[in-house]
Design a protein around this ligand. Structure first.
Ligand code: LRH
Ligand code: MN
Length: 388
């Protein structure tokens, strides 16, 4: 049986990073439904993220996306975050929305466009310096829509050149999180389509280049926990972009579409020592709340990660290893299913109460009047969004 005190300690020490863009308006190509009370600037986004942390106790970090979160003074924004009890986490570069990037950013056939893209990536490292953040997250929309449109090997060369230049600019404690994605917006070939390509580029770059696993970026049926176990065993699992999906990159609440998959992923994280801060795994959410209220959705998502983590921590590792060594297929599977079938909500409610938090953070949010307050205050100005 697992040492329940160790389980509680691990859950108390869990740290989840929420994305600034989840608090702004988002949608699909069909429609972006604006919602009342949505932030108008990064300061208000951080205030909302701080509310999520205040109610869950485990979400003290906020990811920024540049230029969506561009401000004149990033150190001032970091101080604002600090005043609200949170810190600025990963900085996301954006080389997928400028008109110049129609045929790609760092892999564009036009050297001037590649230059422009690399320049943006380097300015994002300046933001890391200003906010004191560790992680620069790089996701490239780069790809092609038709066979023959681009030369795959040439583009990989351009990509490696750009990554090497950014890597050389990093400070001693800064990292590149290289995120992969199978498709969209490119529909024939994506230049960083899978974990293997990301891993290969990271090996070429150096030890401070690690892979970001976005749970919505795989082909249907992909065993994501295998990727997690492999990257963790090689010290190259840098981060998660947690969300869930039924079909493609749906960016739904993590654990909503497939809570069993999230449990299996967290089981490999726990088994591989990934919960230990020394492992350097950044647990981030990357979601869009297109139709649901954003702050309670973020709170629910954080709780979903906590629940999957608690179940994974309850896996009887010794019993599992013994059954695996014995080749006892059913017994080994049963160990995992027993943990998964455990209702961990009472344990999490207790932990929250011990930390002086409400047992049900979503209910506490609704009772707090925060939603009504921001709807009343945030009148006028331009609501934040993807600017797409
Ligand atoms: C791309 C992605 C990436 C972010 C964006 C908001 O699909 O997952 O992580 O830049 O979403
Ligand atoms: Mn992502």
């Amino acid at each position: 049986m697992q040492d329940i005190e160790a389980v509680r300690a691990a859950l108390r020490a869990q740290r989840i990073e929420t994305p600034s863009w989840a608090y702004g308006n988002s949608g699909t190509r069909f429609k972006v439904f604006a919602q009342e009370g949505v932030p108008r600037d990064p300061y208000e986004k951080i205030a909302d993220a701080a509310r999520v942390h205040a109610l869950t106790g485990v979400a003290p970090l906020v990811s920024l996306h540049i230029p969506w979160d561009r401000v004149d003074d990033y150190a001032h924004l970091a101080a604002h975050a600090h005043e609200h009890g949170v810190r600025i986490g990963a900085i996301n570069a954006n080389v997928f929305q400028d008109d110049a990037y129609r045929l790609g950013s760092v892999t564009n056939p036009d050297a001037r466009v590649r230059r422009k893209a690399v320049h943006h990536l380097l300015t994002c490292v300046d933001v890391l310096d200003a906010t004191g953040s560790r992680d620069l997250k790089l996701w490239f929309a780069d790809g092609t829509n038709y066979p023959g449109q681009g030369d795959i090997a040439t583009r990989q060369g351009y990509l490696a050149e750009a990554l090497a230049e950014v890597y050389a600019r990093l400070g001693a404690d800064q990292r590149i999180l290289l995120e992969y994605k199978l498709f969209e917006p490119a529909f024939y070939m994506t230049d960083v389509p899978d974990w293997g390509t990301a891993y290969a580029h990271c090996l070429e770059l150096g030890p401070r280049a690690v892979v970001c696993v976005d749970t919505g970026h795989h082909a249907p049926g992909t065993n994501i926990e295998f990727i997690v176990a492999f990257l963790l065993s090689r010290g190259r699992l840098g981060a998660f972009d947690f969300n869930s999906r039924f079909y493609a990159d749906d960016d739904l609440m993590v654990g909503a579409a497939d809570p069993f998959q999230l449990f299996r992923i967290m089981h490999e994280v726990v088994r591989g020592g990934g919960l230990d801060p020394a492992a350097g795994v950044n647990f981030m959410l990357d979601q869009c709340h297109n139709i649901e209220p954003k702050i309670p959705a973020q709170i629910r998502s954080v709780a979903n990660v906590q629940e999957a983590t608690a179940k994974a921590l309850l896996v009887d590792a010794e019993e599992l290893a013994a059954a695996q060594r014995a080749g006892d297929v059913l017994a080994a599977n049963a160990v995992l299913m027993d943990a998964y079938a455990t209702d961990v909500r009472p344990l999490l409610r207790e932990l929250r109460e011990e930390q002086g938090l409400a047992p049900d953070p979503v209910a506490a949010y609704h009772a707090s009047g925060y939603a009504e307050r921001i709807c009343a205050e945030r009148v006028g100005g331009t609501q934040a969004g993807w600017g797409a």
